[in-house]
Ligand binder design. Structure first.
Ligand SMILES: NC(=O)CCC(=O)C(=O)O
Length: 311
């Protein structure tokens, strides 16, 4: 007995070329922003119309850095003084005429002495307008003795909503950040609400990267029969955090169609609705779900606001 509703079709009105910019960033924010601009323009020059930057692309990644690099994004739009990164991203999206998932940046909210910090991804349209903001929902707190201990929650506050973004003329994407990829629930709800691609700016490390990065991307694509993109910073062995790199794009059959090594590069792929539809037709799990057996999953009690733009 099939009890599910099938996601809206077609999920992607026309093909879109997605590029992940595996950016090399350092400690100089202005230089990082200028370099990101060059790379976004380079991606656009080879035909990309949806470009993704990595997690914390404007700063080094680490709890010690979040407060000093944080920018205030509210009220939206922020002034140039409040958020140079917001304005740089908006300008590069407009200059390159692309949809831009602007990796993530450390965000500060609140008064001095009572500030909260978030890991936040901003998505802009080809006219430079902000389309959505995602605050990392699942903070990266892990402890693998002798390998890696990381506690984002020592500094950061978690976001509390799923982020879906409608790209006019194309369809719906979902944006989440790095550790969020480990939570299939978020991905499943995004896909069931019509996202054709799940996009994760991320920065896995040299312990979990080789073990799980590819698997997580493939698992989310296989479960949801949609595209998945993971975009990492380039590896810098002189930094305090060593990113895995290996930015990649996975197709709806869970095949990794492009994958970077560890150094700075751009990987791209054309996303096509036909591949999603073919996968869902050939392996029809979207219509075979048994929500009568697992009704709590169907309730989808996660908070969801649309449009997902900061007030
Ligand atoms: N920046 C992150 O959220 C890292 C996540 C990660 O490395 C993992 O294994 O998960």
């Amino acid at each position: 007995m099939a009890t599910s509703s099938t996601p809206p079709s077609p999920v992607l009105k026309k093909p879109i070329k997605l590029a992940c910019v595996q950016l090399a960033s350092g400690g100089d924010k202005a230089a990082n922003l200028a370099h990101a601009r060059d790379k976004v323009l380079e991606a656009a020059s080879v035909g990309a119309n949806l470009v993704v930057l990595p997690e914390c692309f404007n700063s080094p990644y680490g709890c010690d850095y979040f407060p000093s690099y944080a920018e205030s994004l509210l009220p939206s739009p922020p002034s140039r003084e409040q958020s140079p990164s917001f304005h740089a991203l908006s300008s590069m999206a407009a200059e390159a005429k692309v949809f831009l998932v602007g990796g993530s940046i450390p965000e500060a909210e609140g008064e001095e002495g009572a500030k909260k910090y978030y890991n936040t991804s901003l998505t802009f349209g080809p006219d430079g307008a902000l389309l959505a903001s995602h605050r990392k929902v699942h903070l990266f707190d892990i402890d693998i003795p002798g390998k890696i201990t990381f506690r984002e929650s020592d500094v950061l506050t978690a976001g509390n909503k799923l982020t879906l973004v409608d790209l006019p003329g194309y369809g719906r994407i979902a944006v989440a950040i790095c550790y969020d990829v480990r939570f299939p629930e978020l991905a499943m709800i995004a896909a069931r609400r019509g996202a054709f691609v799940l996009i994760y700016p991320g920065a896995f490390n040299l312990t979990t990267g080789p073990l799980h990065w590819r698997l997580q991307g493939q698992a989310r694509a296989m479960d949801n029969q949609c595209y998945v993109a993971l975009c990492s910073p380039a590896r810098d062995m002189s930094a305090t955090y060593h990113a895995w790199g290996h930015s990649l794009i996975v197709d709806p059959m869970a095949q990794v169609v492009v994958e970077a090594e560890e150094s700075e590069t751009i990987v791209s792929w054309e996303l096509d609705s036909a591949k999603i539809e073919e996968t869902r037709k050939n392996i029809p799990i979207t219509s075979q779900r048994r929500f009568d057996v697992y009704p709590d999953v169907n309730e989808g009690k996660i908070r969801f606001d649309e449009p997902n733009v900061p007030k």
